[in-house]
Design a protein around this ligand. Structure first.
Ligand code: PLP
Length: 379
């Protein structure tokens, strides 16, 4: 089955009760048993729920994995991955990453004895330098949020397999429409399904997909034991979202390209971060591992000014000033004061998240309206 077909049919069956084409929202916490243990595969909805199960099969299918897991948020999914580790274990992570992931790593898990190394991952040798006997996990986000750096997943997979380390890839920005990390040697792919997979800014959810049975069993154990699961209504919404992932992503990419090119020629703008540009430092890797360049675009103005950046995002009308990304509607964000406020200023400026940086999640509206909106806001 090819990708677009998988988004609609992958892992799905019509409901056995009445043949419902969409899985019903099984809004129940528990299931009747005829005798203790006499049930139809479902006992309690933290452990299993038919609507969530249908979604988990879809996650596995679209990421070319064998097993999928759904969580109450992207961070709950990351939390489950970190619970595979124990005190003293070390993690090498992308330094330019989602602020909430950084907060979870440093403010929660460092206290439990995990040690994180945040580094630029522009080449594999640099990563190898940080590997030691305690290294258990390499955490990669690509494209990165919000600087749109590209990390070579295959090269990271080589480092990981040479040293028997797990490689996890946060695939939220690219989605499997553009890039399939498990095919490139990653062990775990993670999503904030809140973003493109859900796609309509109406649900918060996280996902994991893996190929290996033993790893999947450990993660299912953690999912049930820690309990960070999502509800059936949200599972239904994300399952519905995934069915149009490919058509939405196609338009996100087309609009993203036009916006990036428009901004690049704008006299007030100093730099546009978008991996489709030939002068992007890892453009060749992006072209090799992605099928297109996505709908996320960041830029800085020539003024380098905090107040100017704030004025621009306030003036936008079609773009909504809001946290998050990946919905059908265009959003603008100011990372320094919003998504990345939890990263200390010196740390974030080292990676390029300066006060004048603006991040756009380009939606699927008519491109002329989006460009006109940016034109008036930059004026
Ligand atoms: C939003 C996001 C997360 C966190 O997901 P939530 O669903 O908000 O918990 C993790 N990684 C990336 C890249 C994100 O954009």
């Amino acid at each position: 089955m090819k990708f677009n077909t998988k988004t609609i049919h992958g892992g799905q069956e019509h409901d056995p009760a009445y043949g419902a084409v969409m899985p019903p929202i099984y809004q129940t916490s528990t299931y009747a048993q005829s005798t203790p243990g006499g049930h139809k595969g479902y006992e309690y909805s933290r452990t299993h729920n038919p609507t969530r199960n249908a979604l988990e099969k879809s996650f596995a299918s679209i990421e070319n994995g064998e097993y999928g897991l759904a969580f109450a948020s992207g961070l709950a999914a990351i939390d489950a991955v970190l619970k595979l580790l124990k005190p003293g274990d070390e993690i090498i992570s992308t330094n330019d990453l989602y602020g909430g992931s950084y907060r979870l790593f440093t403010k929660v898990y460092e206290d439990f004895g995990l040690k994180f190394h945040f580094i630029g991952m522009e080449n594999a040798d640099k990563v190898r330098n940080y590997v030691n006997d305690n290294t258990r996990l390499i955490w990669v986000e690509t494209p990165t949020n919000p600087m749109m750096n590209i990390i070579d997943i295959k090269a990271m997979a080589e480092v990981a397999s040479d040293h028997d380390i797990l490689l996890a890839v946060d695939n939220t920005f690219a989605t499997p429409y553009l890039q399939r990390p498990l095919d490139m040697g990653a062990d775990i792919v993670m999503h904030s399904a809140t973003k493109y997979l859900g796609g309509h800014s109406d649900v918060v959810m996280g996902a994991l997909a893996v190929k290996d049975k033993e790893l999947a069993d450990k993660l299912y154990f953690i999912q049930n034991a820690s309990g960070g699961v999502c509800g059936p209504q949200d599972s239904f919404l994300v399952l519905r979202g995934i069915k149009t992932l490919h058509v939405r992503m196609q338009r996100h990419c087309e609009n993203g390209r036009q916006i990036a090119e428009y901004l690049k020629t704008h006299p007030k703008i100093e730099k546009v971060y978008w991996p489709g540009f030939k002068d992007h430092p890892n453009h060749d890797v992006a072209t090799a591992q992605m099928d297109d360049y996505g709908g996320m675009v960041s830029f800085v103005t020539k003024g380098h000014d905090y107040d100017e950046a704030i004025a621009i995002v306030e003036k936008l009308k079609v773009f909504t000033l809001a946290e998050s990304l990946g919905g059908v509607e265009s959003l603008a964000g100011h990372p320094a004061s919003m998504t990345h406020a939890s990263i200390p200023k010196e740390e974030r400026e080292k990676t390029g998240v300066v006060d004048s940086l603006i991040r756009l999640s380009v939606g699927i509206e008519d491109i002329d309206d989006l460009i006109e909106d940016l034109r008036q806001a930059l004026n």
